[in-house]
Write a protein that binds this ligand. Sequence first.
Ligand SMILES: [Zn+2]
Length: 268
Amino acid sequence: MTTGAVDMEAGLCHGRDMRWIVSLGLVWIAACGPEGGTRPDVPRGKVPEAMAPETRVDGKPEVKPGDPGGANTALERRLAAAGLVAVTPGPGLRVALVYATARNFTGRALYDDLPRCWLRPEAARRLADAAARLRARRPELALWVADCTRPVSVQRELWRVHPNPAHVADPTRGTSAHNHGCAVDVTLATDAGGETLELGTGIDEFAAGEKLTVTHEARLCREGTLPAAACANRRLLRAVMTEAGFGVYEGEWWHFSGCDKGRYPAVE
Ligand SMILES: [Zn+2]
């Protein structure tokens, strides 16, 4: 998310149930279930297999700028025609799109025709670079990507399903860097098993307030409000992402921007 942008976030609750999610103006508020949550099919702290339909275990993270190869839905063909590329998961880089499953506040999959992570080529190259940097330091870990390009049509659908401005931001009032193919939401987990690392909050755990932010992180780490492991893991995530050229969003530790959204039209 970038300044002034509308950004709808829903993601992993560290394996816990998502109990509710609302938006207050430009900010999504969500609550996850209790620790050791009740979702029977998803072990706590594990990225659900069903959320990673395109994850491969062989091959290297790979992008082919300008190559629309593999575009196999109408939306993907449209994204490819608009110059976006699909990120190929591999060691160090996994994809588990939250809107590709029903585990979001609408209760249904909104990316039924978007199974993969699509990005502008420069953002995709940076993501692969970040994954390689992580792999060089911690080969047992991977970047787990929860959202990439988010078509404005999805934002409109969220509004259609729940047209309450107290809960859902009106997409006619602004766009997110996700809508332009520039932003990624990403967390750290084990490469092989998808066991999420301690990062202080889930990526959609907006009820955690300032614990979500980068802005207040240093103080929260000094105070011990954020566990030392979470502080170290966040620093690792930010290090590999920023070294690869991503910009940090101060409001959300998981959101990074890999290109200037003003240079690209929003994806419908
Ligand atoms: Zn985001």
